[in-house]
Structure formats: C-alpha cells, structure tokens
Design a protein around this ligand. Structure first.
Ligand code: NIG
Ligand code: FE
Length: 412
C-alpha cells in the first residue's frame, strides 16, 4: 500500500544522489534541521519548510519533534529463509572448530539444506516473517534475501517461491529483493564433480529468472573456485541476472578480481581480499558489501573498509543474517562494529547502509536517500543527533520506520 504522510519538524540526514557514493565522498551527508517531508502515494513529493508544503488530502501526520530522519536502511545481504537452527556448530566453534572444517564434515550449509528440504513452504514463510518484522523495527525498509539452502531444483524453487510470497502476498511491510544462490555448497551427490553441479545450476537458470533479480555464488576454496564461479556467473548474466559474489570470505582466492572482471553489482564479505582485488573493484565500480557481524561471529579479521574507501570504492554494509556463520540481523551492532573495528566514520556507515546498500541492489535511483521522487522510506531516530548510532552498541535507537509512506514499526 502506498501511503500519504506528512512529517513535520524533522532533522533530515541523508546522502544525496542516484548512484553509489564512492570513496571519501561517503562521509558527505546533507543535514537539514526543521524540515517538513511530504509523501504522496508512497513517493517523496516535497522536502522543505512547513509553509511551502503542498496539501495532501487524507495524509497521516507525524511530528518528529526535531529528531533525526534518515533514509530507510537497506540490508543488501541476508539468508533469512531456512529450516532448523545450528547452535551446536556455534558451540563447536567456541571450542576451536572452524567454519570450513564443519562444512567439510557434511555439517554447515548442508545441515541447513537438509532441514530446509524437510520444511513446508508455510513454515518457511512464518519463520522468515518473524525476522522481517524484527528488521523493520531496526529501520530496515529493503532487504535482499537469497535462496541457497535447496541445492536441487525443487527446494531452490520452494525457497524462491517463499520469497515471492513474502514480497507479494504476505503483507510484509518492507521490500524484498530476491537472489538465486544455488551455488552455495556442492551437495554430497556431486562431491568431486563440482563442474557437473555447475552444469545443472546453469540448466536451472532460465526457470528461476522470473523469481530472482541476482545470481550469487559462494566463490571459495574447495567450494566454487574461480573457474566454476566465472562459468556460472557468465551464464547467469546471459540470462539477464545481475551478479553478486561471496568473495574472499575465508581465504584470498581472487573473488574480488573476478567481481571486477564480470562487472558484478557487488562483491560481498571480502575479509581476505587482495590489494589488487580492491584496486580492480574500484576501477570497475563494484560495490564492496562488508558484513562485520560475520567477521565478529567467526572471530575472523574485519574486512579492510578503509582500504576500500581510500581506493575510491563504494562500500555498503549488510548483516548476512543466516543460521550458520552469522545468526544476527542486528543493524545497531553492524553500525557499532563498523565504527569501532573497521574505522568507518559514522557518516560513512550511514551512506553504507542507505544509498550504497541501495546501489548494491541496483536500486540507487529508487531508494537510499531522502530526496524528492524517491520512495517514501524513512527512519526516525529517538534523538536529534545522528551520532548516537554507534554509541547505542547493539541497542536500537530507531523510534519509527516508514515504508512507502506508511508507518510500519514504532518503538516506545
Ligand atoms: O555468507 N559463506 C557462505 N554463506 C553464508 C553462510 C551460510 C551458512 O553458514 O549457512 C555466509 O557466510
Ligand atoms: Fe552470505
């Protein structure tokens, strides 16, 4: 539903533009106190003083009382549809096990694949809806959701249908962008035959085109290495998918370089990206989507955010919410970790979670900033100072979330 809404007396804090903000410019935000924002049929129609605000019949009214209005947050990387949970693996890792050794023993992603095969569509919808509601409370208005816990035609299709249902039928109050991640792990029946499994995924692509905007791959040593990733992504591009990669997450493999070669929209994780990878991504305008919650939960070094920014790259931040490597969708903790451990400035984290998150979904002309013509997706903080964002370590300072001109979540 597209809402009519007038927000008075807001302190608008926003990046500006229709495309990714690169390098040092990420720190440049526009800040306007005492502003009225008018949203008509879900679109921002007016930003200015109260006097000039057009009449909008039937509009709802909100008095922001001088508090900060940010663009709705864009979480551009999640795996929030899955069967089961994996707390046992988390405990094994606490005792010294590693993410990859658990995966190589047949646990990890494969264990969620088994549970997802067993789950009904309705169960998956209900579970995902809970996460989506929590994300709305934290100010997220657009979320990307991946398949990838099926690894066969039937279950991948089930996941993609669940995403479509959440988006269209289930009255979900935030927007969802869908990604096909059939290349998430090599299933046991294809062990040692990765390239045959890639052939199978390539055959599936045309069937899934109507369900997914992006195609993604877990480009990693002993999973889908460079040649298999390249072959799948090239085929996906020919079918009209936009491209993403899980790149250089566990070891330095050249995923960053591959994302540049293929002109992917984004490469994600990048904990172990090479300097050459950073340079090439900057040259080709690939968005570097960094996921600090995953580094935190895996006890890995954080991605080199400053190097990306110095190189002139656009950096986005996202949560990676999934049942294995990172069972957290916390936007507040993402912001705190990015500022404390990745040395991003508060302004850069705001750009990374709004306009650059939108760019990572190829939607920067539609969402990601508070500008006339963009969708009316706005977060109101419970403060008149946006700098409180990382100070609230892991605690939510969002007071209200507005999606498409409708108030969809509010916190006391
Ligand atoms: O982004 N590494 C690949 N995919 C996810 C983890 C998925 C899982 O462990 O279930 C990630 O870290
Ligand atoms: Fe991921």
């Amino acid at each position: 539903m597209k809402g009519n809404l007038i927000i008075r007396n807001a302190r608008v804090v926003t990046p500006i533009g229709q495309e990714a903000v690169k390098g040092k410019k990420m720190g440049e935000l526009q800040e306007l106190p005492g502003v009225t924002i008018a949203i008509k049929e879900g679109r921002i129609l007016y930003i200015g003083d109260g006097m000039g605000c057009p009449e909008i019949p039937d509009a709802e009214h909100i008095d922001a009382e001088g508090k900060v209005a940010l663009p709705g947050f864009v979480d551009s990387h999640t795996h929030l549809i899955f069967g089961g949970f994996r707390p046992d693996e988390f405990e094994w890792r606490l005792k010294g096990d590693t993410y990859m050794s658990i995966m190589e023993r047949g646990g990890g992603i494969q264990s969620t694949v088994n549970a997802t095969k067993d789950a009904s569509e309705d169960e998956l919808v209900k579970k995902a809806q809970w996460f989506l509601d929590r994300m709305g409370e934290m100010g997220v208005t657009t979320v990307e959701v991946k398949s990838g816990y099926g690894l066969d035609f039937e279950t991948e299709l089930k996941m993609l249908k669940v995403i479509a249902r959440l988006k269209e039928e289930e009255k979900t109050v935030i927007d969802i962008v869908s990604t096909f991640l059939g290349a998430h792990a090599v299933p046991p029946e294809y062990k040692g035959k990765t390239s045959e499994f890639v052939d199978l995924l390539i055959e599936m692509l045309p069937e899934f085109k109507e369900y997914a905007k992006f195609c993604d791959v877990f480009c990693e040593k002993n999973v889908f290495e460079i040649e298999d990733s390249r072959r799948l992504l090239q085929a996906a591009r020919e079918q009209g998918f936009k491209l993403k990669l899980h790149a250089d997450e566990i070891v330095t493999l050249g995923g960053g370089e591959l994302s540049a070669e293929l002109k992917a929209v984004s490469a994600d994780h990048l904990l172990h990206v090479s300097d050459e990878g950073i340079k090439k991504m900057a040259q080709e305008g690939v968005v570097a989507t960094l996921l600090p919650l995953t580094a935190f939960a895996l006890k890995e070094p954080y991605a080199p955010a400053r190097k990306f920014i110095e190189a002139g790259c656009a950096v986005a931040l996202a949560t990676d919410l999934n049942p294995g490597s990172c069972f957290s969708g916390s936007i507040p903790l993402t912001i705190a970790l990015a500022c404390i451990y990745m040395n991003m400035t508060i302004e850069e984290t705001i750009t990374a979670l709004t306009l650059n998150g939108a760019a990572a979904l190829d939607m920067a002309d539609e969402i990601g900033s508070i500008e006339v013509g963009k969708r009316g997706d706005i977060v109101l903080l419970g403060s008149d100072n946006y700098r409180v964002l990382p100070y609230y370590v892991g605690m939510n300072c969002v007071q209200a979330t507005i999606f498409n001109g409708n108030l969809v979540a509010s916190n006391p």
